[in-house]
Design a binder for this molecule. Structure first.
Ligand code: NAP
Ligand code: ZN
Length: 347
């Protein structure tokens, strides 16, 4: 075991504070790497504040992790010291079930999540708001040279969570709407545009419209403006909903073509009310959860090739609480990325 500096939370209401956490020595198939940057995902906030249910404290969150390999186990084949790498929401799975075999490790019953999980040695997992981490090489990804480490970090969750459903549903020329121009949404707009879709944004207001168009959207709508959903009725082949609120779902469904699909990735803590007959004539509503390991590497390569880059604001450890408040208040532009060097002297 080695100790590493981290920032974590002692309860659902406490501010962020420095902690020292243990990381295991790399086993035969493990990669041990120094974390350079960690993105702030809204899921970090939902989890640490107990909005999805009870959590074990202290908790160190963060599942958008980018860094540089320090040490690898004797059987590691994909990585060597000095490689630029990333880790997302998962750090292990059974490796034997049907889902693991076909590259959908996120559905494995034994998936070990990057934080708030128990690892295969019985220890709690802790995430990327820290200076180092040990992860089985199956769950570590190469960061292409074209992507800087700070911009790579948000791709490990926001990137794969939007890439995976867009890849399943989008064909060139399709009309796609992204609901919510936040961390996930602003990456989703870029990916959908790179896939050749005709992209629109549905935001709360028009205040971010110039940014939405710069990210590749053709149109921008405000859900709060009267008449928006009447105007958009039967318009989109696919809607990717990234908001963590419960409003307007019947309006989004009504904005689909008769056979269109609303793919929801947002995870509000409260239930959502929909008028189920809005799913007629033959509309689909589906969830989507991150993406598998092979698909995550594919996404990173796609983003490198197509110039998809999160728009980030880099912060230090002392700004995490304020950044969380800005994410909650929808003031983030568009992903906070924490510089792990600000956690103290590295061990
Ligand atoms: P975020 O940066 O906070 O973005 C969410 C966006 O939702 C906001 O920027 C805002 O965009 C919109 N929004 C609509 N109504 C809002 C309201 N009343 N208050 C605040 N924002 C509102 O969050 P994120 O990190 O992109 O995550 C979005 C959701 O996806 C979260 O629920 C998160 O837990 C979930 N998630 C799911 C997965 C998965 O695997 N399915 C993976 C990662 C995250 P506008 O201002 O443009 O409306
Ligand atoms: Zn996330």
């Amino acid at each position: 075991m080695s100790l590493t500096n981290a920032y974590g939370f002692m309860s659902s209401t406490s501010p962020c504070r420095p902690l020292s956490i243990e990381r295991r020595e790399p086993g035969p198939t493990d990669v041990f790497f120094d974390i350079a940057h960690a993105g702030i995902c809204h899921s970090d906030i939902h989890t640490a504040r107990g909005e999805w249910g009870p959590v074990t404290y202290p908790i160190v969150v963060g599942h958008e992790i980018a860094g540089v390999v320090r040490e690898v186990g004797s059987q590691v084949t994909k990585f060597k010291p000095g490689d630029r790498v990333g880790v997302g929401c998962m750090v292990d799975s059974c490796g034997e079930c049907g889902y693991c075999f076909d590259g959908r490790e996120q559905f494995c019953e034994k998936t070990i999540w990057t934080y708030d999980s128990i690892d295969k040695f019985g220890n709690p997992t802790h995430g990327g708001y820290s200076q180092a981490i040990t992860v089985d090489e199956r769950f570590v990804f190469h960061i292409p040279d074209a992507i800087a480490l700070d911009e790579a970090a948000p791709l490990l969750c926001a990137g794969i969570t939007t890439y995976s459903p867009l890849k399943r549903w989008v064909a060139p020329g399709m009309k796609v709407a992204v609901v919510g121009l936040g961390g996930l949404g602003h990456v989703g707009v870029q990916i959908a545009a790179a896939m050749g879709a005709d992209v629109s944004v549905i935001s709360q207001t028009m205040s971010k419209s110039a940014d939405g168009l710069a990210f590749g959207a053709q149109n921008y709508y405000a859900a709060s403006e009267p008449g928006t959903f009447a105007r958009l009725r039967s318009t989109f082949d696919m809607i990717l909903c990234t908001v963590s609120t419960t409003e307007h779902f019947t309006g989004y469904i009504g904005a689909l073509t008769p056979t269109g699909a609303l793919i929801n990735v947002g995870m509000p803590g409260d239930p959502v009310m929909i008028q189920v007959r809005s799913l007629l004539p033959q509309r689909t509503m589906q969830g989507s959860q991150i993406g598998g390991c092979a698909e995550t590497q594919e996404m990173l390569n796609f983003c490198a090739e197509h110039g998809v880059r999160p728009r980030i604001e880099k912060i230090g450890a002392d700004q995490i609480d304020e950044a969380w408040q800005n994410v909650i208040n929808s003031k983030v532009r568009y992903r906070y990325v924490i510089d792990a060097d600000t956690f103290g002297t590295r061990g």
